[in-house]
Ligand binder design. Structure first.
Ligand SMILES: O=C(O)c1ccc[n+]([C@@H]2O[C@H](COP(=O)([O-])O)[C@@H](O)[C@H]2O)c1
Ligand SMILES: Cc1cc2nc[nH]c2cc1C
Length: 348
């Protein structure tokens, strides 16, 4: 047992329901296999929801975990760290991408300050209820945070997931916010998959060529510094992740333990998923990948997890937006599986 997350396999979505859903899919009034991956998506959601004729998801709940990162001081982002608290306020005001997309889909959006480097004066107290610390150590030269902070953040993430599930979620989306966070995401993925800095480094918010060179160096230094610590995913989170990453890991592992499906977002959520799957083997069966981020580390991690993204739109916003963009596809998939006539109903 490490922190709040047990290292034991989680129960898989119902195999019986999956088999019944597949039987129904194959019997629909279409040529066999005609729905392609949309049909596979419907079978996945059916198994997760426990019904071979699922509806929805209707109660989509998004949680955006915000945190700053010490590495941002090394010019690894195209934007200043002040954007993080400003965007937390923009999510709360309803003007952020995730807020607008969430509203258009009838999803709730909750933003939480886990490690923002600001006191966020005046925001509702609930937003900071799970705050662990301000920012993180610069991972190229020091640990992101302590083992105790990681334990607190893992437990916070699990509690946040439980709250969203208690509130009735039939689909969860995990989003992120934090200038510099594509750097620890790349390090977590590189360290766990044994990939080098050049392979996992991407342009994040859109850094230029000198910035990309700097970022690759920082990621290389961090990978060298944490070498040997990937064997213990909880220790790796302290070394190279941070409190917001640990909260995401706790959230994803808890969603799987509670048997609630999650649509994954970009490189940050997928770095958290790769880590959570090691702590809670089998959790991956409760997740689907919403979209392919432009970050190369996300593709590497998705491949390692055996997940194929539903969308590939060149998006790189984070906040959970790439996952939300796939919600209409998921709703289409369940509508088709549950609502279509069967081939046997045809007057042939
Ligand atoms: O989700 C992604 O794959 C993704 C890719 C690039 C950027 N982001 C977002 O942009 C911020 C991190 O980018 P950066 O360049 O500051 O590391 C952070 O707020 C993320 O939500 C997110
Ligand atoms: C404006 C802005 C909004 C974001 N949302 C998530 N990451 C972000 C980064 C920036 C710079």
């Amino acid at each position: 047992m490490s922190g709040a997350v047990a290292r034991e396999a989680v129960a898989a979505p119902s195999r019986e329901v999956a088999a019944a859903a597949r039987t129904r899919l194959d019997a629909l009034a279409t040529p066999l296999g005609a729905w392609g991956r949309l049909g596979e998506l419907a079978v996945w959601y059916a198994a997760c929801s426990g019904s071979a004729r699922p509806t929805g998801p209707e109660r989509v709940r998004v949680v955006v975990l915000a945190g700053d990162h010490g590495v941002a001081q090394h010019g690894v982002s195209a934007y200043p760290a002040a954007v993080t608290p400003a965007m937390v306020r923009t999510v709360l005001a309803g003007g952020a991408g995730v807020a607008v997309l969430g509203r258009s889909l009838g999803a709730t959006v909750r933003v939480l300050d886990i490690a923002v480097d600001d006191d966020l004066a005046g925001v509702p107290a609930d937003v900071q209820r799970y705050k662990v610390r301000r920012s993180s150590g610069s991972i190229d030269r020091e640990d992101a945070c302590s083992a105790a902070e990681i334990a607190a953040a893992l437990a916070a993430g699990a509690e946040i997931a439980a709250e969203e599930i208690d509130a009735g979620a039939d689909l969860l989306v995990l989003g992120d916010l934090g200038i510099g966070n594509t750097t620890p995401a790349a390090v977590l993925i590189g360290a766990q998959l044994g990939l080098d800095a050049a392979t996992v480094t991407g342009r994040g918010t859109g850094i230029d060529d000198p910035g990309l060179e700097r970022k690759t160096e920082v990621i290389g230094a961090a990978l060298a510094r944490v070498r040997g610590r990937a064997a213990d995913p909880v220790d790796l989170l302290a070394a190279a992740g941070g409190a917001d990453f640990a909260a995401g890991v706790g959230f994803l592992a808890a969603a799987a333990r509670h048997g609630v499906p999650v649509l994954l977002d970009g490189v940050i959520a997928v770095a958290q998923a790769l880590t959570a799957q090691r702590l809670q083997p089998g959790a991956v069966h409760w997740w689907a990948a919403g979209h392919r981020s432009t970050e190369p580390a996300q593709s590497a991690a998705l491949q390692a997890l055996g997940l194929e993204p539903l969308l590939d739109l060149g998006m790189r916003l984070g906040e959970g937006t790439g996952a939300l963009a796939a919600v209409p596809l998921l709703r289409s998939a369940t509508a088709v599986l549950s609502g279509m006539s069967l081939l046997s109903d045809l007057d042939l």
